[in-house]
Structures are given as structure tokens and as C-alpha cells.
Ligand binder design. Structure first.
Ligand code: GTP
Ligand code: ZN
Length: 371
């Protein structure tokens, strides 16, 4: 019989990681293979009673919980690297106390995470899940369920670096927008998680001159539903309006919900905010550093569209720095302000005070009082 083989993937390491992401999200353990041997990894958010029993039985006392530096700091340790806590028994409520609860406390020594632990955490982050993972080292020669997916730790570790900038245009068409009837949507695919990233060319910008550009990270609650907790919806609409009235521009709508943490983690953070945590402290409770986003792939999109010189609409110094570092000529940067509301003032103040965003809150409040 003839055997047909297709080598469909030109990047098997990346494909293996993308499969691992799907497994991890579907609550199936993933085996991470590395120089120090193999280990089984399970996301804490997928640990139900049945899974705890199963993992506990298989671990024979050798499981541990891996937590990122941000979470360890919240638990009162001075850390800038991840660590692990032994789990002699896999007890779900203890795991939750350590990984996620606001009354969490450290009840056992925290050892430095090894490379495999870090790779397991990276897999959780890439999966847009809570960055807290149970890792079970596998003794050499131990038999494991052959249906479990295996991925090389090195592939996980290198995934972001190797794939983030690999995007291609897959479709484009005119889409008239309210107030900006000459607009074109250009869809890119690739990069981290093979997501679709959208560029909206508003009007007919002259690409040989500096082009007005905005990088806008997706915010389902604000952009679509007009959430009062942030300024995103206002910024989005103001950007389109400004571009339509000022020689056009390019708006990149980036699939980076929740500052790159994903919608599930953002809503977890909102729950903490409803209990009094500010936007950055809430993320830290969940194990996230101040901002997970990278913007270098946005520069790739702009270059692909033929944009070289940029007038950037943003209040975020990181966006300005990222585009310049990626080789674009950022001629100027302009503020793009929403309306202050009772619900978003503390969010705007936190972005100004803790992340150095250029937000003149007093000016915004004075303007809105005049209206
Ligand atoms: N994790 C987290 N993300 C949030 C919160 N509020 C809003 N976001 C997300 O923050 C991002 C804001 O995106 P942008 O408006 O592009 O970014 P920015 O960093 O404020 O910068 P500029 O608006 O350009 O000044 C979106 O991805 C929102 O979903 C929050 O409380 N927690
Ligand atoms: Zn928002």
C-alpha cells in the first residue's frame, strides 16, 4: 500500500506548542519534556475534585505548585522569579488558597522554580489561563497515558520569541464606518496564538508622510458594551473620528484583551476590583506583572501596510518606546482621552501614577465639568 505523508507544518515546534495550548485549555494534562526529564503540568483553574484525586494518586507525594513572582510578592515574599511549593497531597482548597485567594498565605518553604516549572507557567500564560500550575515530575521509564500530549520545554520557552512577529495579511475589504465612510479592514493572521489582528485604514492616509496611528488593545467590556470602568470605548471612537477629520490614519485593533491576560483573567481582576483592589494590584493577586503586552508585532503590521513615519495617538509611554525600538519613526505622540466617570477615575489615576501614562486627570475633570 502506498503511504502518503504530508509535511504540512513548516514550523513543527510552534505547532506542538499551539496543540499544547488547546490541551491545556481543555483541562487535559500536558507532558513537558526537557533536559532534566519529563513532567506533567495541569493548570490550577482546571483542578476539580476528580482531577485532584487523579493527580495526587499519580504524583505519589511529589507534586508541586508553581507560582509566578507577582503572586509570591502578594503572598508577602520578596521575589522577582517564580517559585514552587511542595504538595505532599493535592488538596484543592490549599492550592486555591496559595494560588488565587486574597487571604492566601505561605505555609511551606518556597523553592526556586526549575526550567520545567517555568515552561509550565509559560504554557498557562500562553493559554490565557491563571498563571498557576501543578507540576508532577515523571520518574524515568514511568508509563503514561499515550493519549497525553507531549511538548518540548524548549519549544514552549522559545514560542513567543520565535513566532510573535510572523504575521501575514489574509483578507481585506472596505467597511464604511459611521463618521468614517472610507475605511478598509485588513486582517492579519499569525503571531502569538495564531490570532487574527485587525488593521483599520481610516480614510486615505498619504503613506509617504507621517501617518496618524493608534494601537488599541481589545477591551470587550469597554469597546463594545460601553463599560464605565475604563476609557477604551471613548478612545476607540475618538480615534476613528479624529482620523476621519485629519487626513486619515491607521488603527490597529489588537487581540490583547485585559492587557494581554485574556478576558477570563480580566473578569477575575474586576471581581477583585469590586472588593477594593486597584487595576494593578488585582492583576498581581492573580500572578500578573503590571502589563503582559508586547507591541513589536504591531510594528510589523504597520511596516507591511507601508507605514514608516508615525504620529501616535496614545497616553502609554510603552507603546511609543516599542514602535521606536522596532524601527518606526515616531514623529510625535498625541493624547487620546475618554470621559472621566465616577467608575473610571481611579483606573485612570492608577495608570498615571503606577504605569506612568500621560493622563491629565485634573484637566479631563475640568473639561467634563464645563460640558
Ligand atoms: N488586566 C486588566 N486589563 C484591563 C483593565 N481595564 C482595562 N483593561 C485592558 O487594558 C487594555 C487597555 O488598552 P489600551 O487602551 O490600548 O491601552 P493603554 O495601555 O491604556 O494605552 P493608551 O490607551 O494608548 O493610552 C485593554 O486590553 C483592556 O481590556 C483591568 O482592570 N485589568
Ligand atoms: Zn477598557
Amino acid at each position: 500500500m502506498m503511504r502518503l505523508t504530508l509535511s504540512l507544518s513548516d514550523n513543527p515546534a510552534a505547532t506542538a506548542v499551539e496543540r499544547a495550548i488547546m490541551e491545556f485549555r481543555s483541562a487535559r494534562p500536558v507532558v513537558i519534556d526537557g533536559a532534566q526529564g519529563s513532567a506533567l503540568a495541569v493548570g490550577v483553574e482546571n483542578l476539580d475534585e476528580a482531577m485532584s484525586v487523579e493527580i495526587g494518586a499519580m504524583a505519589g507525594g511529589h507534586a508541586h505548585l508553581v507560582l509566578p513572582a507577582a503572586r509570591l510578592r502578594r503572598l508577602g515574599l520578596e521575589r522577582d522569579t517564580p517559585g514552587r511549593v511542595a504538595l505532599p497531597v493535592v488538596d484543592r482548597s490549599r492550592v486555591e488558597l496559595l494560588a488565587l485567594r486574597t487571604d492566601g498565605r505561605i505555609d511551606a518553604p518556597v523553592r526556586p522554580a526549575d526550567p520545567r516549572d517555568e515552561e509550565a507557567l509559560e504554557l498557562a500564560r500562553l493559554s490565557l489561563m491563571l498563571p498557576a500550575v501543578i507540576v508532577v515530575p515523571l520518574a524515568p521509564g514511568v508509563e503514561i497515558d499515550p493519549s497525553l500530549l507531549r511538548v518540548s520545554g524548549e519549544a514552549v520557552r522559545g514560542y513567543r520569541r520565535a513566532n510573535a512577529l510572523d504575521l501575514k495579511i489574509v483578507s481585506r475589504a472596505p467597511v464604511p464606518l459611521e463618521g468614517a465612510p472610507t475605511s478598509e479592514f485588513v486582517v492579519f493572521r499569525g503571531g502569538e496564538g495564531l490570532r487574527d489582528q485587525v488593521a483599520i485604514i481610516v480614510g486615505k492616509p498619504d503613506l509617504s508622510k507621517p501617518v496618524t496611528v493608534r494601537l488599541h488593545s481589545a477591551c470587550l467590556t469597554g469597546d463594545l458594551f460601553g463599560s464605565l470602568k475604563c476609557d477604551c470605548g471613548d478612545q476607540l471612537r475618538e480615534t476613528v473620528r479624529f482620523m476621519a477629520h485629519n487626513e486619515g490614519g491607521v488603527l490597529l485593533y489588537l487581540d490583547q484583551e485585559g492587557r494581554g491576560n485574556g478576558i477570563a483573567n480580566k473578569i477575575r481582576a474586576y471581581k477583585l476590583q469590586s472588593q477594593g483592589y486597584d487595576t494593578y494590584d488585582a492583576d498581581e493577586v492573580l500572578g500578573f506583572e503590571a502589563d503582559q503586552r508586547r507591541f513589536d508585532f504591531a510594528a510589523v503590521m504597520l511596516k507591511e501596510l507601508g507605514v514608516g513615519k508615525v504620529r501616535l495617538m496614545t497616553n502609554n509611554p510603552e507603546k511609543i518606546a516599542a514602535l521606536s525600538q522596532a524601527g518606526l519613526d515616531v514623529i510625535s505622540d498625541h493624547r487620546v482621552l475618554g470621559r472621566p466617570t465616577a467608575e473610571n477615575v481611579s483606573y485612570l489615576a492608577a495608570k498615571r501614577d503606577r504605569a506612568g501614562h500621560y493622563i491629565d486627570l485634573e484637566g479631563m475633570l475640568a473639561c467634563s465639568n464645563k460640558d
